[in-house]
Design a protein around this ligand. Structure first.
Ligand code: AMP
Length: 401
């Protein structure tokens, strides 16, 4: 069974075609700068089968429909094609960022699902293109079953006392303002993997999962289900991120507005795009931050310490929420690759039963692995995330009934 996973962003379209017989990627691509003067499409094919693994082309891509047609052309066309015809795609899985309170499981796309997703758009207007992608795909692949997998799904088990904000109750009732959480597909995927690695049933596994990429979030997982997470109504909350601030005193917004004469839209942009690691030291790439701090850059050192400190803060908080845990799990770009961040975030947690093994931590090996000391009561794991594979698996499970 071949499954096409589609992730339609505001000016980009990411896609991955997977062969579910052996969970391998047939081809993956990204179409960027949709609607801009010069768009870019890059597609990589499985190097085991196609020797030319990467092809890039620059051309004007008018809108998401043009992008989707381009994707189809590249997947089946003579030049880059990896499949004979569209019939070789058995199902499509769509990543949808905001499922609101409506969706706690993947859904087969029909008119009702589309209308429910539309109703949730005010909660995440920046992600309206998710729906555009689904509607175009329904036109282009009218006979292919399509499934939506929501970033918020895994967090729907968070209890009310944890997802409510202490603001006037009518704001929840009228505007659905509450914590939703994001990166759910990643937290769910690494939870399953971690449970398997630990040799425990998922339903009996307690974890703190730490997704550190450009966006960063953590989840407290109790008996395989999400009990709390750091992101909130939007993906701006919680940890310090590449360019997003994470948790700040909400009164700062009014303070900035008054003293810098900035409008709320500009402040929102600043907190999303000019803050986090970038806001403190001018880059959001952790590799550059390490290079800079090795050269004595005090701001880079500060950004690194702030970043790790906030991870540690939530490890403590979630340990208190969960009582006992089997493992702390690091994943995503920084979580999987950055031994410095992992070491600093876990430093001083030994009295709580979390002891990292410095040698294992710095060893660069692929796949899921344990990096805690042999006598650490709580394991520390690295689990590479794979959101596309998880979406494809959920899609396959639903389509196959
Ligand atoms: P992601 O969003 O999961 O793709 O993660 C992207 C982030 O991972 C980048 O901003 C980098 O800062 C970070 N990253 C990727 N590779 C490394 C590495 N080898 N060491 C440290 N950070 C890395």
């Amino acid at each position: 069974m071949n499954i096409l996973v589609i992730n339609c962003g505001s000016s980009s379209l990411k896609y991955q075609l997977l062969n579910m017989k052996d969970d391998t990627v047939i081809a993956s691509g990204v179409i960027e700068r949709i609607g801009e003067e010069l768009g870019i499409i890059t597609q990589r094919s499985n190097p085991a089968k196609w020797p030319d693994t990467k092809s890039t082309e620059k051309l004007f891509i008018r809108n998401h429909e043009a992008a989707m047609r381009l994707m189809v052309e590249k997947l089946v066309g003579e030049e880059w094609g990896v499949i004979e015809s569209l019939k070789d795609i058995d199902a499509i899985g769509h990543r949808v960022v905001q499922g609101g309170e409506t969706f706690s499981t993947p859904e087969l796309v029909d008119e009702n699902v589309i209308e429910e997703i539309r109703a949730n758009i005010p909660l995440a207007p920046l992600h309206a293109p998710n729906l555009t992608g689904i509607e175009i795909a329904m036109e282009l692949f009218p006979h292919t079953p399509q499934v939506t997998v929501f970033d918020t799904e895994f967090h729907q088990t968070i209890p009310k006392k944890a997802f409510m904000y202490p603001i006037p109750l009518n704001l929840y009732k009228e505007l659905k303002i509450r914590k939703y959480g994001f990166h759910g597909t990643s937290h769910k995927y690494v939870t399953k993997r971690a449970a398997t690695h630990l040799g425990k049933p998922m339903g009996k596994t307690n974890l703190i999962t730490i997704h550190l990429g450009n966006g960063c979030s953590m989840a407290a997982v109790k008996n395989g289900q999400c009990a709390d997470t750091t992101m909130g109504l939007t993906p701006l909350a919680g940890l310090m991120m590449g360019t997003r601030c994470g948790d700040v005193d909400p009164a700062i917004l009014a303070f900035i507005a008054k003293h810098k004469k900035m409008g709320i839209e500009d402040i929102d942009t600043m907190l999303n795009k000019k803050s986090g690691l970038y806001g403190i030291c001018g880059t959001n790439d952790m590799r550059d931050i390490h290079a800079a701090r090795e050269n004595g850059d005090a701001n880079a050192q500060l950004a690194f310490e702030m970043f790790a400190y906030r991870v540690k803060l939530f490890i403590g908080a979630y340990l208190a929420v969960l009582g006992t845990i089997d493992a702390v799990v690091f994943t995503a770009g920084i979580g999987e690759n950055d031994a410095h961040v992992r070491a600093l975030a876990c430093k001083g947690l030994e009295p709580l039963g979390i002891t990292i093994d410095q040698e294992k931590n710095t060893l660069r090996e692929p796949g899921t692995r344990t990096i805690s000391a042999d006598d650490s009561p709580i394991s520390i794991l690295i689990v590479p995330t794979n959101e596309e594979l998880e979406i494809a698996k959920e899609t396959m499970a639903l389509v196959n009934g």
